[in-house]
Ligand binder design. Sequence first.
Ligand SMILES: Nc1ncnc2c1ncn2[C@@H]1O[C@H](COP(=O)(O)OP(=O)(O)OP(=O)(O)O)[C@@H](O)[C@H]1O
Ligand SMILES: [Mg+2]
Length: 147
Amino acid sequence: MVMITHSETETIALGEKLGDMLETGMTVALKGDLAGGKTTFTKGIGKALQVKDVINSPTFTILKIHQGNSQLFHIDAYRLENNEYDLGISELADEGITVIEWPEYYRTYLPEEYLEVSFQYIDDNTREITFIPHGERYESIAKEMTC
Ligand SMILES: Nc1ncnc2c1ncn2[C@@H]1O[C@H](COP(=O)(O)OP(=O)(O)OP(=O)(O)O)[C@@H](O)[C@H]1O
Ligand SMILES: [Mg+2]
């Protein structure tokens, strides 16, 4: 289940499409290359959730909570580097939508079921984005993302 985007704007639009389908309690894990478009995609999710403040990834911020139609828990685990640090997300996750960049650095948290979205850098403006459902509730969403 692969999509190609040719600009930042297209990646935001794809994130927005996903954001429209997400339900409270769902988790999205964004994997892949540096500058692959993970934060850009998250901006689109935020747009769908009507988040008004800016979504970005300041170097030393690991968790940001945004308020929209639903809460958006945006985690960038890059700097956790696998420390078994507890952000308390497991207690929060049911109350909103969780998006995790660099989930491989936060293995202690990742729930059993989540939607994996993988970003591959093709060239300056082109990204290959793959959707892999982990768990039944993400299967139809992953399918929908590629049509
Ligand atoms: N098709 C595209 N989709 C997304 N971003 C693109 C695309 N083409 C070019 N870009 C550029 O690539 C960069 C993507 O940066 P972004 O911060 O979203 O990546 P990231 O995966 O979050 O990186 P990091 O691993 O550092 O967190 C931006 O500068 C954006 O303008
Ligand atoms: Mg990022």
